[in-house]
Design a binder for this molecule. Structure first.
Ligand SMILES: [Zn+2]
Length: 488
């Protein structure tokens, strides 16, 4: 497989260079004729080479001595001719074409500051490819292939994920450069040269962590108002998934309740955002109840929403970890097999749902198994805090970027409903285990929160103090109401 991939990459590379060479020489319209004549010349060379070799071998004994003498004499006698040659080379270096063929990202960024170019930031949407972005930008078809082939010399474009950020440079509305944030501190770009060709290059630079804060009040629903204020949709659903149970978003957080949300993100020197925004703080208040939660991952601990005193939220394991409607097609527990006429124990619950319904993680945790497992078919199991574990079977497929060791959050998609393994139709077989014992998935299975103590608590609190200016107040708790003055 590896060899095949490298071969494919190499052919792509040569094709790209071949095309670019013709473009630079301005001979693209003649490329077919030139290819044929070059092939014929190569053939001629191959045919005549052995004949020439034979001839030269015959001449060697007589020719060797005088030849070397002459060349030595020439180099000693005529030093001026060498300097002349050097001059010629300098001239070649100064050929204008060479000079123009060197755009750089810095140069583009400078031109943006001067107002000569426009710069647009956008992120890759779900189901979008680089090609579709380019066609939206009205890049001519031929150039689209040039851009894709250039980038493919540096990265595998199939690895681009939704949410990945890109920077588009435009001159009078048409694209002249594109940068992609691959990972922390690394971007790849393709920039258009003055002759219309596209040059790829990668850039490694400094990355800064920045914070962004959204404050507002709820008008009808929390999720609608938060998104209106600019909070990304995935952060809103992360907040609801993490805090529901602690607070009821439909009854407690209504009109006039306020929210205060802080997230962190990484940015390159050029202002390109890398990855997605990470929640660090959520504050909710409705006059009666106040909630101040810090999204934190202790060293060697599970990530969670911690209050100022270092307590994390207790979380119920989801009973039906599916995005969409489902029906219990086989319950948990002992069941009597109608045909075989014996009792069997069903370790989980079967939830019948349409093919490819998204399956989500029932609680925060770490994937410890991902792959085929006998009759279970395509299978994932997740380890949670407090000796809890959940398992998901008969999946049609897994979310692309997941692997053993990946951390997932409650409510985050992990795969899709299928019918792999021993299964008669599309359904999710879902198991919940406590200390390796299967328990009823529809029961009240709560993962107890964590209390940070000692040094871990100190570490958390000194971090939290840098996140929110009112941390001290959050630690002191709600300020008690001022008592009414006693009548004299
Ligand atoms: Zn089952």
């Amino acid at each position: 497989m590896k060899i095949k991939e490298t071969l494919q990459k190499a052919t792509r590379g040569t094709r790209f260079l071949h095309r670019q060479a013709y473009r630079r020489l301005g001979l693209w319209h003649l490329h077919k004729q030139l290819d044929i004549s070059m092939a014929l010349m190569l053939l001629l060379c191959i045919v005549t080479f052995p004949i020439l070799m034979k001839c030269s071998f015959k001449k060697i004994p007589t020719g060797i001595e005088p030849d070397t003498e002459i060349s030595e004499e020439q180099s000693e006698d005529e030093p001026t001719s060498i300097t002349e040659e050097e001059d010629v080379h300098e001239d070649l270096d100064n050929v204008p074409v060479e000079k123009e063929l060197h755009v750089s990202l810095n140069e583009l960024e400078k031109r943006v500051q001067l107002g000569e170019l426009d710069m647009e930031m956008r992120s890759l949407q779900k189901g979008e490819s680089l090609i579709s972005v380019l066609s939206q930008e009205k890049v001519p078809t031929g150039e689209r292939m040039d851009i894709v082939e250039s980038l493919e010399l540096l990265i595998n474009l199939k690895s681009l994920k939704p949410g990945m950020n890109m920077m588009l440079f435009k001159e009078k509305g048409s694209l002249v450069g594109l940068s992609l944030a691959i990972k922390e501190g690394e971007t790849v770009s393709v920039l258009k040269e003055s002759d219309g060709t596209w040059t790829p290059f990668s850039h490694t630079g400094r990355v800064e962590t920045k914070t962004i804060r959204w404050e507002g009040s709820v008008d009808r629903t929390f999720s609608g108002s938060a998104q209106k204020a600019g909070v990304p949709e995935n952060l809103v659903s992360q907040i609801i998934n993490a805090l529901d149970g602690e607070i009821d978003f439909s009854t407690d957080i209504k009109s006039a309740a306020t929210f205060d949300i802080i997230a962190e993100y990484k940015e390159t020197e050029g202002g390109l955002e890398i990855g997605s925004k990470q929640l660090v703080y959520v504050g909710l208040s409705n006059g009666k109840t106040e909630l101040h939660k810090y999204a934190y991952t202790p060293k060697n601990g599970t990530s969670g929403f911690y209050d100022a005193k270092g307590r994390s939220v207790s979380k119920q394991i989801m009973k039906r970890p599916l995005k969409g409607k489902s029906r219990v097609s086989s319950p948990f527990g002992v069941r009597f097999h109608p045909i075989l006429r014996y009792k069997i124990f069903h370790k989980g619950v079967d939830l019948a749902a349409p093919m490819n319904t998204p399956i989500v993680a029932a609680a925060d945790g770490k994937i410890d198994l991902l792959g085929r497992k006998g009759g279970y078919g395509k299978y994932i199991s997740i380890v949670h805090a407090g000796g809890w574990k959940t398992a998901y079977a008969h999946m049609n497929g897994y979310r692309k970027d997941l692997k053993v060791g990946s951390y997932v959050k409650r409510g985050e998609v992990i795969g899709y409903v299928g019918s792999t393994g021993r299964s008669t139709g599309p359904h999710l077989h879902f198991e919940v285990l406590k200390n390796k014992q299967a328990v009823a998935p529809h029961g009240n299975n709560v993962i107890q929160g964590n209390q940070l103590i000692g040094f871990a608590l100190e570490q958390f609190q000194s971090w939290a103090e840098t996140i929110h200016p009112d941390f001290k107040q959050h630690l002191a708790g709600k300020i008690p109401p001022v008592p009414m003055p006693k009548p004299f």
